[in-house]
Design a binder for this molecule. Structure first.
Ligand code: DOR
Ligand code: ZN
Length: 448
């Protein structure tokens, strides 16, 4: 299906603008390929092409599809631009190999009506280095229908978190999900049930935090979500438990896991840099989640990039905000796991590139004719160790200090290079996108 457009262009004989030559993972195997990219920045064909178009041979490096990060918090409007903005966040995305981000609506004010959404849209245009899809939060009944025509997706918070003080009364969830099912946009849920939160206070470290917002809060929230109407395009954010993976898979509900829940546990570090919602879990839960991810049972990986100023993270643990940066390191951390033989590259590419792009109805995430030529060049020999000060998040820290990572050497967006030699060389020409579910052709919504 997705090849139709590329085939048509070939029939018309339009000459490619660029040929990228190298190795790529095609049909399950790394093999030499030439990727012809047309004047609109789409992949036109794969295989040998005889043309006078410029040819860029990436040598020993590997060409990968660029990633989609379903879950970031770039803090505009209302945040401290010294800590993050749509401009700084999207540059980190570009450098980390992420070509499309879904930006969350827990802004100040929250993105809960059309006015708020439209002013946030104006902050994206001309300032974003990669494409952006904006979530809205469906807290105002009268705003739902107008929002569904302009937002990229909805996000529901079942529990309080950064910027979200009031949450939906229990009885309101069912009717809301019915309405959202009729409106057709993807709906992501922060699945923690506040009734199950403990009152042991104040939490002093990530182990206490895990006891305070315990695994049962996730299990109970998922119990409720499993009664959602079948027509709802439901996705569960930052799943932390192996049992949640099993249940959501059985129910064919989409979900994501974050690198921090896959790689860190509640004893990885004692301070508030390791405070997130939902909390880091026990090592046994982490290992179970990682094993499920390795087996390909986690459809999407997403960063939940949620930076906070270092001085706020130095507050006493109970007072410090939850969240950690991650959009720049999402793919590099996991590429290093592939290099070490702990993860299949094909499994990573499905979870970081193909499935999230499909979920948002975008022609991205695969090296296939008709898809946008948003591609990465990765040299698997170029391993580095993460250093929060040298990353590009203005907050200046990472919870993965010293971890091994492999950054893309190049990033192409619509066939144009935006990262070269690991440096950002693009312009802020990222677009606002919404799901494109063409009745025929183009990507199809994945089945739940
Ligand atoms: O840890 C988190 N931080 N979890 C969330 O749900 C929100 C996020 C933030 O915006 O800081
Ligand atoms: Zn989040």
């Amino acid at each position: 299906m997705s090849g139709t457009r590329g085939d048509r262009e070939q029939e018309r004989g339009s000459a490619p603008e660029l040929i990228l030559a190298g190795r790529a993972l095609l049909n399950g195997r790394l093999q030499p390929v030439e990727i012809a990219i047309d004047g609109e920045g789409r992949i036109q064909s794969l295989g040998r092409v005889r043309t006078g178009a410029p040819r860029h041979d990436v040598g020993d490096a590997v060409i990968l599809p660029a990633a989609t990060d379903l879950h970031v918090h770039f803090r505009e409007p209302g945040g401290d631009r010294g800590v993050e903005s749509l401009a700084t966040g999207t540059v980190q995305a570009a450098l980390g190999g992420v070509t499309l981000v879904g930006d969350m609506p827990n802004n100040d004010p929250p993105i809960a009506d059309l006015d708020a959404l439209e002013s946030k849209q104006r902050l994206v245009v001309g300032r974003a280095a990669v494409d952006v899809l904006l979530y809205a939060t469906p807290t105002r009944a009268a705003a739902l229908e107008p929002l569904s025509r302009a937002a990229g997706a909805f996000k529901i918070y079942l529990s309080p978190t950064t910027g979200i003080r009031e949450t939906l009364p229990s009885a309101a969830l069912g009717p809301l999900l019915e309405r959202l099912a009729a409106l057709g946009l993807p709906v992501t849920v922060h699945a923690e049930e506040p009734d199950r939160f403990g009152d042991r206070s104040p939490p002093r470290d990530p182990v206490d935090w895990n006891a305070h917002r315990p695994p049962e809060a996730e299990t109970a929230a998922i119990d409720r979500l499993l009664t959602a109407p079948a027509g709802l395009r439901l996705h569960v954010a930052h799943v932390t438990l192996p049992s949640s993976v099993e249940r959501l898979r059985a129910a064919r509900v989409s979900f994501e896991a974050t690198p921090h829940h896959l790689l860190l546990h509640d004893r990885s570090g004692p301070d508030a840099r390791f405070k997130v919602n939902p909390p880091l879990r026990s090592e046994a839960d982490r290992r179970g989640l990682w094993e499920a991810f390795r087996r390909g049972e986690v459809p999407c990986v997403a960063s939940d990039h949620a930076p906070h100023a270092p001085d706020r993270k130095e507050l006493p643990f109970a007072k410090a905000p939850s969240g950690m940066p991650g959009v720049e390191t999402l793919l590099p951390l996991l590429l290093a796991r592939c290099r070490n033989g702990e993860l299949e590259l094909a499994t990573l590419l499905r979870a970081a590139c193909d499935r999230p792009a499909r979920w948002l109805g975008q022609p991205l995430g695969r090296i296939a004719p008709g898809h946008r030529a948003n591609l990465l060049v990765v040299d698997f020999k170029a391993r580095t160790r993460l250093d929060g000060k040298r990353l590009h998040a203005p907050c200046g820290w990472t919870a993965f200090e010293g971890w091994e990572a492999i950054f893309p050497r190049e990033h192409y967006r619509d066939g144009r290079r935006i990262v070269e030699g690991g440096e950002y060389v693009g312009r802020p020409s990222g677009r606002l996108v919404r799901p494109e579910y063409a009745p025929s052709g183009g990507p199809r919504p994945p089945r739940r």
